[in-house]
Design a protein around this ligand. Structure first.
Ligand code: HEC
Length: 119
């Protein structure tokens, strides 16, 4: 009986560990590279259509240049929200609401944020 209680406790701890691993996003060099590709790819972020980004060729000028991101967006959640749905901050935004329109997944936005924080 006691043994079984211990089993259940162990199973519970294992389950919590799995959930934690699944929800915490870790920044890696590969992730930053993937985020850069996602931001640049025309069929994904296509951020260059409107923003100047270092290394980016032929950028548009509809939005402000993306630089000093950590300074200007110290809150990761605020930066994610700007990409996921820019209309929350500006209802008339011309920036596509990437998550709401299913253009980028949550994980893809995390990778783009990893990349933006290197700018
Ligand atoms: C169709 C044009 C367009 C595209 C494409 C676009 N944006 Fe924007 N973005 C804007 C505009 C316009 C603003 C100015 C604020 C607003 O109107 O929401 C903006 C604002 C931002 C801001 C806030 C900047 C600041 O200084 O306040 C960030 C960060 C941002 N965009 C990131 C991105 C990323 C990352 C992508 C690609 C995944 C992207 N944008 C794609 C038009 C665009």
């Amino acid at each position: 009986m006691l043994l079984c209680k211990l089993c259940r406790l162990a199973a519970g701890i294992a389950a919590i560990a799995v959930v934690t691993v699944a929800t915490v996003h870790a920044t890696t060099a590969d992730g930053i590279a993937a985020g850069k590709s996602l931001a640049m790819e025309r069929s994904k972020g296509n951020c260059l259509a409107c923003h100047r980004i270092e290394d980016g060729v032929l950028p548009g000028t509809i939005g402000p240049p993306l630089l000093a991101m950590k300074l200007r967006f110290p809150e990761r959640e605020a930066l994610k929200q700007q990409i996921c749905d820019a209309t929350i901050r500006n209802p008339h935004s011309r920036m596509p609401p990437y998550c709401r329109h299913g253009i980028l997944t949550d994980e893809e936005v995390e990778l783009i944020v990893d990349y933006l924080y290197t700018l």
